[in-house]
Write a protein that binds this ligand. Structure first.
Ligand code: ADP
Ligand code: MG
Length: 355
C-alpha cells in the first residue's frame, strides 16, 4: 500500500507536540488601514475539529488561505507539525482545501475528479486511478466511480470532494464554508457526515463558517473572530455558556446582555422567568419591569421579546430582551403583546461580560 490514510500512519514521522497547526502573530494587510487578520496566535490540536467562526468580513477566509498557502503572510508564522511552512507553496505544505458546494468538475467522473491533482503532478493514469479508486472505496463511493457529479446526491458529492482533497495525503484539511450554499436540510445532513469522517480519518479539520449553529454542532474547539482578531477560543459549551464579552454573547445568540450598576452581564434566554406585573418576586432574585413586544412560536419553545416600559413601539423597535419559555409553561400563562410583566432571574445565572 503506497497510501497511508488512516490514524497513526502519516507519510512522515509525527513530531511530539500535540499541535497540528500553530499560527504565531499572524497578520495580513491588503492595504493601508486595519489589517484583515490582526496579530493572531492560535494553536490547533492534532486530530481535532476546529471551527473558525465570525461575521462576514472578519478575516476567516484570509486566515484559512494563509494556512493553505493561497495568500501571502504580511507578518507572523504558520507551523504545521512544528515545521515552519509560512513561505512554502500550497502543494508542499501538507494541507488540502475543500470549497463551498464542493466545487467538483461537472464534466469529469467521480474517479477523475479524485485523481485530478495527481494528473497535474504527472502521475500516470494507472497509478492515479488506483489511488483514486482506493480512496473512493474508503468513503464508500467505490461503486459510483464512473458517475459525473450531476448524477450524484449531495451527500455523495461531498464524499467525492473529500476523497479529492485527501488524495494529496494532507495532515490538515481546510474547509471554507463548505456547506453554506446547500439547502438547510442537506446542510444538517452533510455536517453530520463531515463530523463522522473527521473522527473516522483522525485528521485535523479547520472549518470556516459564519453559522454559530454549524460551529457548535461540529467543533471540538471554536475560535470566534471579529475584525481580524480572536474574541474567544474554547470548546463550544464553554463559549455558549460563558461568552467572554458582549460581542460573543450577541453573536452566539441565546443570551441577553443586561446592564447592571456593576457592569454588563449575560443571562441565557432560558434562564429568565416571566411574572405578571405586581406579582411578588421571590427573595434574592433579580428583577426588571418590561412590556411584551413579540411572541414567536418555535415548536417546543415560545420565544418572547420585551422592551423597557415607556419605550414607544414602532415597526423598527427590536426586542431588547428575549426569553424562551417551554411551550407547556407558555400554555399555562400565554402572555400577549402589550402586556406589562416583570422579568426575573437568579444572580447565579449571570456571568460578567468583559468590555
Ligand atoms: P471572511 O471570510 O471572514 O468573510 P475575509 O477574510 O474574506 O473575511 O475578508 C477579511 C477582510 O479582508 C474584508 O474586509 C475583505 O474585504 C478584505 N479582503 C479579503 N480579500 C481581499 C483581497 N484579495 N484584497 C483586498 N481586500 C481583501
Ligand atoms: Mg470567507
Amino acid at each position: 500500500m503506497f497510501f497511508a490514510l488512516s490514524k497513526g500512519m502519516p507519510a512522515n514521522p509525527v513530531p511530539s507536540s500535540s499541535a497540528a497547526i500553530e499560527v504565531v502573530g499572524l497578520t495580513k494587510r491588503y492595504g493601508p488601514g486595519k489589517p484583515a487578520v490582526d496579530n493572531i496566535s492560535l494553536s490547533i490540536a492534532r486530530g481535532s475539529y476546529c471551527c473558525l467562526l465570525g461575521p462576514s468580513g472578519c478575516g476567516k477566509s484570509t486566515m484559512l488561505r494563509m494556512i493553505a498557502g493561497h495568500e501571502t503572510v504580511t507578518e507572523g508564522d504558520v507551523l504545521l507539525d512544528n515545521r515552519n511552512i509560512t513561505t512554502l507553496p500550497a502543494a508542499q505544505r501538507g494541507t488540502a482545501m475543500m470549497f463551498q458546494s464542493f466545487a467538483l468538475f461537472p464534466h469529469l467522473s467521480a474517479l477523475d475528479n479524485v485523481a485530478f491533482s495527481l494528473k497535474m503532478k504527472g502521475v500516470d493514469k494507472g497509478q492515479r486511478h488506483e489511488q483514486a479508486r482506493s480512496l473512493l472505496e474508503r468513503v464508500a463511493m467505490g461503486h459510483l466511480q464512473e458517475r459525473k457529479p450531476g448524477e450524484l446526491s449531495g451527500g455523495q458529492q461531498q464524499r467525492v470532494a473529500l476523497a479529492r482533497a485527501l488524495i494529496t495525503e494532507p495532515r490538515v484539511l481546510l474547509l471554507d464554508e463548505p456547506l453554506s450554499a446547500l439547502d438547510p436540510f442537506l446542510r444538517i445532513q452533510m455536517r453530520a457526515e463531515l463530523r463522522r469522517w473527521q473522527k473516522e480519518l483522525g485528521l485535523t479539520f479547520i472549518h470556516v463558517t459564519h453559522s454559530q449553529e454549524e460551529a457548535m454542532a461540529l467543533a471540538d474547539t471554536m475560535v470566534v473572530m471579529n475584525h481580524g482578531r480572536i474574541e474567544q477560543h474554547g470548546v463550544p459549551h464553554e463559549i455558549y455558556n460563558r461568552p467572554a464579552n458582549e460581542f460573543v454573547a450577541r453573536f452566539m445568540g441565546g443570551h441577553n446582555v443586561i446592564d447592571l450598576p456593576s457592569g454588563k452581564v449575560g443571562v441565557r434566554t432560558d434562564q429568565i422567568d416571566v411574572l405578571d406585573a405586581g406579582e411578588p418576586v421571590p427573595i434574592g432574585m433579580q428583577t426588571k419591569p418590561a412590556v411584551v413586544t413579540d411572541v414567536e412560536y418555535q415548536g417546543t419553545y415560545v420565544l418572547l421579546g420585551f422592551q423597557n416600559p415607556g419605550v414607544a413601539r414602532t415597526a423598527q423597535t427590536t426586542a431588547e430582551l428575549s426569553v424562551m419559555l417551554a411551550e407547556s409553561q407558555f400554555a399555562k400563562r400565554p402572555f400577549a403583546v402589550g402586556e406589562p410583566v416583570q422579568l426575573t432571574w437568579s444572580p447565579n445565572a449571570e456571568h460578567p461580560l468583559h468590555p
